[in-house]
Design a protein around this ligand. Structure first.
Ligand code: PLP
Length: 402
């Protein structure tokens, strides 16, 4: 880019405030001087000669071959995410579940054993208990916060510990340093699902995690527009993940990668707002007479409040609470709200409300729900970006119906 162009672009920013500079200043453009990151909607790439094609196919020469496994827009997202998580390398995947399955398919084999926290995302449980089991990978499920349970479950065959912290919907927190030490002493990998915190609130690799996975569908996109997933870790393991992606095809669309890139530009601002809103609502709910309990790690009485304060840069945008009465009272509360969306999604600008016992955790047996602490009167709210006052008005409608 010529210095003339540089000067012109920068002079356009004269007099703008800090926030505007944070969005616009210092943006490096290609020789095409495009304003926004381009979307490379191409399935394949051309070579300069037959010899060039052969060299790129064999991997002897770096470069794009086919978008099933590399695409420049997806790579921009991978590099931005790797920088944010402090990982050597990232690999984009079609969804969060594709990312989780991808890690398992790349790094596990028949005869391996894994230890997984019981409170992981419901479909993650299905991957381990239904699918990996068929291929000879056995799983022990343990309580996220009971370290002795993790220790007791580890066997000489254990190859992977898989944790999601904080948990959904009770906001329980596992000590990542402890888990990573346990993994290392057993020559196993620690995999952390960091969807709820994003790298803005928690960087598991700093605490010793080997691999981080994300559903980019949630906060990373942040506006409920698309599906996506990311796997991050050391290059030596990510090489295996890329090889798996190349062979089996759970590819992230370049269009979705571009949406997620746009989402990342506002991630910090959004996470700050989600956390602040959730914290305010948690404190407010705690004072309401018809609320029996509030689960949010930002509250001083939360059992892992100190650990969450140390391990996370914020307590997240998801909280849950128990209303007086049982399932009927919880359903009446939910049905009385008029603005908050009744859906199990989260990480969206729009706040959502759900009844875990009959939705996200509805497939569990009563016994497993009891073990997980998911009571019939529990309601989860994933706080979006609306005004907190307006959210209170809507939740007050719910309370009035209990
Ligand atoms: C949504 C979610 C997933 C699954 O991601 P998809 O993008 O829906 O496939 C995995 N883990 C957590 C914590 C999630 O919230």
């Amino acid at each position: 880019m010529s210095s003339d162009t540089d000067e012109r672009l920068n002079s356009d920013l004269d007099g703008v405030d800090m926030q505007t500079l944070a969005v616009r200043a210092g943006h490096l453009r290609t020789m095409e001087t495009e304003h926004s990151e381009p979307i490379f909607l191409t399935s394949s790439y051309v070579f300069t000669s037959a010899a060039d094609a052969a060299a790129r196919f064999s991997g002897e020469e770096e470069g794009n071959v086919y978008s099933r496994y590399t695409n420049p827009t997806v790579r921009t997202l991978e590099e931005r995410m790797a920088a944010m998580e402090g990982a050597e390398q990232a690999v984009g995947m079609a969804s969060g579940m594709a990312a989780i399955l991808g890690v398992c398919m790349s790094l596990l084999e028949a005869g391996d054993h894994v230890v997984v926290s019981r409170s992981v995302f419901g479909t993650t449980t299905t991957v381990f208990s239904r699918y990996l089991k068929r291929f000879g990978v056995n799983t022990s499920f343990v309580d996220l916060t009971d370290f002795s349970g993790w220790q007791g479950a580890v066997t000489p065959r254990t190859k992977m510990l898989f944790a999601e912290t904080p948990s959904n919907p009770l906001s329980e927190v596992a000590d990542l340093r402890q888990l990573s030490q346990l993994a290392k002493s057993n020559n196993a990998f620690l995999v952390v699902d960091n969807t709820f915190c994003t790298p803005v609130l928690q960087k598991p690799i700093e605490f010793g995690a080997d691999i981080v996975v994300h559903s980019a569908t949630k906060y990373l996109d942040g506006q409920g527009r698309c599906m996506g997933g990311i796997v991050l870790g050391r290059s030596e393991q990510m090489k295996e993940v890329v090889a798996y992606l190349r062979a089996t095809g759970p590819t992230l669309s370049p269009f979705n990668a571009w949406l997620i890139l746009k989402g990342l530009e506002t991630l910090k601002l959004r996470m700050d707002a989600h956390c602040q809103g959730a914290h305010q609502l948690a404190e407010w709910l705690l004072q309401r007479p018809k609320v029996d309990a509030v689960h949010y790690s930002g509250l001083a009485h939360h059992p892992q409040h100190a650990l969450a304060s140390e391990q996370q840069n914020g307590f997240g945008g998801v909280l849950s609470f128990e209303v007086s009465g049982g399932k009927a009272a919880a359903w009446r509360f939910i049905d009385a709200t008029r603005m908050i969306s009744i859906t199990a999604n989260l990480g969206d600008a729009k706040s959502t409300i759900t009844h875990p016992a009959t939705t996200t955790h509805g497939r569990l047996s009563q016994e497993d729900r009891d073990l997980a602490g998911i009571k019939d009167n529990l309601i989860r709210v994933a706080v979006g970006l609306e005004s907190v006052d307006d959210l209170m008005v809507d939740l007050q409608r719910g309370l009035a119906a209990v």
